[in-house]
Write a protein that binds this ligand. Structure first.
Ligand SMILES: [Zn+2]
Length: 468
């Protein structure tokens, strides 16, 4: 009797689950993606743009991680010593929002809980739920060296951030200042322009009359946010506007606050809009802030960080901005200063996280002087230094975490001579601290995270594991 022929059944449909899980586990268990110290092979390293720890995979991740994976795998096959370094970004406010929602379900407010306990809850959330996106990257087949996974809030990275921050400060590239930002009164944070979502809103245009201080009449201004009038420090007209030429330099009395404020002339004012005269509220409007800078006008903040009227709002102190608007309009009407209310459609900015209406708000923030950084980056692209490590030796060697921060900031300095200025002191104008600065300077560097890397390294040339 002849032997039975060996048969195998091929499933009609491809089931990726069986194949992908099997091979990904194999790759991971055998350290196929692990980099090591190996000076024989050209290094090729990439840091993943760290996805938010709160995130889950979307098409953008799928695209950019696939491109990185292609690069990593191509280089590995060419025999390079490849490190594709994975990690997650703590995404401060996004994470805070997630944890706040959890607390809300338990009937707890984060302010009741206190800072320490709240931070502990955030870490607990990160331990329990912060791995979704990393597991999704595994499902994509991303060949990251998971043994080196980092989190932007872990000790080594926090130190690196502080070091970069202080270095940039010393090089005069970051500075603090009072500027108008998009402020979310619920999140208590400034938002970038990209984080503000605009919605068309059918509102009103209130026309108010401010009486001239000399009693010779009044001037009409129009506003979509009447509550901000409490912080007005001028009325502006266009210098070309014949109607107001005589009034420039005179003063009006700000209704409800009974404060004299000047009438100024500035080309910012659109003669065609409303009456052609506008109220200037430097602390609550970005354009008004710029006008105020040009005319040295004071900025009066009439709201606090929570959108509640401050002591500068006089008798309206303690009201919410919405309630204040109703009271201000009613009081202006009582005093005969409300000329008319017109329907007015305009776009209103909302916080993209919590949908709260954004308040343009004067606040003290950190800013980065981008121009010299951009010039250095553009110069690198122009003279061909801006590739993805296509020349041997240009990729950063693996395993240089904490000191890499200094190295990276030093690179553009070398490229752009304008940056190599003397370090400035921490507070401009004050003497430089006599002790070591930053405070951790001269101390032993944090324990190298290299020690946590498994002592093995995979090389396609040897197809075996060598100690690293
Ligand atoms: Zn918000």
């Amino acid at each position: 009797m002849s032997e039975q022929p060996r048969t195998a059944t091929l499933e009609k449909t491809y089931d990726p689950k069986v194949v992908e899980d099997k091979w990904y586990s194999y790759w991971e268990e055998n350290g196929c993606f692990a980099a090591c110290t190996d000076r024989e092979r050209p290094p090729f390293s990439m840091v993943i743009p760290p996805p938010n720890v709160t995130g889950s995979l979307h098409m953008g991740h799928a695209l950019n991680n696939t491109l990185q994976d292609i690069l990593a795998r191509y280089r590995r096959l060419k025999g390079d010593n490849v490190l594709w370094m994975p990690g997650t970004d703590h995404a401060g406010i996004a994470t805070q929002n997630v944890v706040e929602r959890q607390l809300h379900e338990e009937g707890i407010d984060r302010h009741q809980l206190g800072r320490e306990k709240f931070i502990e809850r955030v870490w607990q959330w990160r331990r329990e739920s912060g791995r979704t996106i990393l597991n999704q990257l595994r499902r994509l087949g991303a060949s990251c060296d998971w043994s080196r996974e980092r989190f932007t809030m872990d000790e080594g990275l926090s130190r690196a951030v502080r070091e970069v921050f202080v270095t940039l400060y010393e090089e005069g590239l970051i500075y603090q200042g009072d500027y108008i930002t998009n402020w979310c009164p619920r999140c208590h944070t400034a938002l970038s322009d990209l984080e503000v979502e605009y919605e068309e809103h059918q509102g009103s245009l209130w026309e108010l009359e401010y009486p001239l201080a000399d009693g010779s009449g009044g001037i009409v201004v129009a506003t979509t946010r009447p509550e901000t009038m409490l912080g007005d420090t001028a009325v502006a007209v266009n210098p070309e506007d014949e109607r107001y030429r005589e009034l420039v330099g005179k003063e009006v009395i700000l209704p409800l606050m009974e404060r004299p404020i000047p009438i100024i002339a500035d080309h910012y004012v659109d003669m065609e809009f409303g009456s052609g005269a506008v109220k200037i509220t430097p602390a609550h409007d970005p354009n008004d802030f710029e006008v105020a800078q040009r005319h040295q006008l004071p900025a009066v903040k009439v709201m606090d960080e929570g959108g509640v009227m401050s002591e500068n709002a006089g008798r309206y102190r303690g009201l919410t901005r919405e309630e204040c608007r109703r009271r201000v309009v009613a009081d202006l009407e009582k005093e005969g200063r409300l000329r008319r209310i017109l329907p007015h459609g305009h776009s209103v900015g909302h916080c993209y996280r919590c949908r709260t209406v954004i308040e343009p708000y004067l606040s003290n923030q950190w800013f980065v002087r981008i121009k010299p950084l951009a010039e250095a980056a553009m110069a690198a692209v122009r003279d061909g230094r801006g590739g993805t490590g296509s020349r041997p030796g240009t990729a950063a060697p693996a395993g240089k975490s904490p000191s890499a921060a200094r190295t990276r900031t030093a690179a553009p300095t070398a490229a752009a001579p304008t940056l190599s200025r003397k370090p400035t002191s921490l507070t401009p104008g004050s003497p430089r601290p006599s002790g070591p600065f930053p405070p951790w300077a001269g101390r032993k560097r944090p324990r190298s995270w290299r020690s946590s890397i498994p002592p093995r390294c995979w090389s396609p040339a040897s197809t075996s594991f060598s100690s690293g």
